[in-house]
Design a protein around this ligand. Sequence first.
Ligand code: E4P
Length: 220
Amino acid sequence: MKFFIDTANLGEIKEAQDLGVLDGVTTNPSLMAKEGISGTDDVLAHYKAICDIVDGDVSAEVIATDYDGMIKEGLALAKLDDKIVVKIPMIKEGVKALKYFSKEGIKTNCTLVFSTGQALLAAKAGATYVSPFLGRLDDISTDGLGLIKDIRLVYDNYGYTTQILAASVRHGMHIVNCAKIGADVTTSPLSAITSLLKHPLTDSGLAQFLSDHQKSAGLL
Ligand code: E4P
């Protein structure tokens, strides 16, 4: 399963890249705004800076919600770097834009997906990735992982190659459960990825190994 980091913060992306398990980056307009990035030139420069840090795909979301606007923005983003994946919201104009980019061989990520029907449309439009927001469903007491399972079933039934990019991931158990289900990617804050490291028995076991070594070496 691929690990993407869900941030526009260059420091966090660099830290995740240095960890050695990062496969890509996702951003969205809120994450870009959080970094104070606005204005076309600044946005393009920031996405290029992200592409220069990581080896994998970088999702860059359009702002436009009309077809022509999405195409114009998406083409400008795609020209930045081969790593760029044009991120398009699951709306009617977006489905048409996904189809256009698919025919042009430009990678896409269909975002703001909350139902199996929406994921089916994204696959039929040729999206490279589909981003079901499991955390936001959990937040309203709806089964986010159940959506991931249903999309996996439907995609496997018909051999769709669209990759399930589980988004809105809140913690390590979301990552583990998405891996059990067979999501292709999870995108999450770095903290969710590093939380996978932690187990109290690992900590206590290492402490015991070191203590026993030091005793036998006469260091204690
Ligand atoms: C994917 O890139 C999504 O935009 C992101 O995971 C949403 O996460 P949130 O629900 O924490 O805003």
